[in-house]
Design a protein around this ligand. Structure first.
Ligand code: SF4
Length: 227
């Protein structure tokens, strides 16, 4: 038992440790704070995407912990797949990128399943989201993300693994879809133009919209309503 509480205090060392773990760049150089468009965010508001790639970085402690949790969640699924005798994990953390459209991301892994080459992405969801997925199928933003992986990695198809907080899971098989690829190309081309010209797209949503409600740039974006 500690009898002298002077030895148990929040001092300069603890503060510098707190600062260190709050420095996202030192923890995860892969955290989306660079200038690429991320397939997982490509369905978002174009103005929000441009704020992000301009380096208007919004970092919260929640995002740091989320980032670390995501990493261990992904590794859990990769090691599970590696244990299967019928699945061959060919590559892990596979970079899917295209410099023409400024796209960059990583699929969890690429596997060989009965001769088919598939990209894999595991996603942890809340109980409500899991129920939605059960009723309506894979979420649009995840389907688009996976189609981008299939396109950029030149694999046959992809698998999205949804796991709930209660460790139930569903797996969806996604096939290549040309019209999604075309719409992603179209959006990225327009975004690249804004980025190169140093311009910000007009707001496509109203202040009270659900898109703006969850946007990390809301106060910056609506600071001057006339802009
Ligand atoms: S606050 Fe709304 S309009 Fe502005 S960047 Fe965010 S989502 Fe887009």
């Amino acid at each position: 038992m500690v009898s002298d509480l002077k030895f148990v205090c929040r001092d300069e060392t603890s503060k510098s440790m707190e600062e260190l773990v709050s420095d996202l760049k030192s923890i995860s150089p892969d955290f989306p704070i660079d200038s690429s468009f991320f397939p997982s965010q490509i369905t978002e508001c174009p103005r929000r995407i441009i704020y992000r790639v301009r380096g208007t970085t919004y970092i919260s402690k929640e995002s740091i912990f989320k980032c670390v949790k995501k990493e261990s969640f992904k590794n859990k699924w990769i090691s599970l797949l590696e244990k299967s005798k019928s699945i061959k994990v060919l590559h892990k953390d596979v970079i899917a990128s295209d410099c023409n459209y400024n796209l960059y991301s990583k699929a969890d892994c690429v596997i060989n399943l009965k001769g088919d080459i598939l990209a894999v992405k595991s996603i942890q969801v809340t109980k409500d989201e899991f129920n939605q997925v059960y009723k309506k199928g894979a979420m649009k933003k995840h389907v688009i993300e996976m189609v981008v992986y299939i396109w950029l990695l030149e694999v046959d198809s992809g698998l999205i693994i949804y796991e709930s907080e209660e460790e139930d899971f569903y797996i969806f098989h996604i096939k290549p879809y040309k019209s999604i690829i075309n719409s992603v190309i179209d959006k990225c081309t327009k975004l690249c133009d804004f980025k190169l010209k140093g311009q910000i797209p007009n707001r496509p949503y109203k202040l009270e919209s659900k898109e703006c409600e969850v946007c990390e740039y809301k106060s910056l974006c609506w600071k001057n309503k006339e802009d």
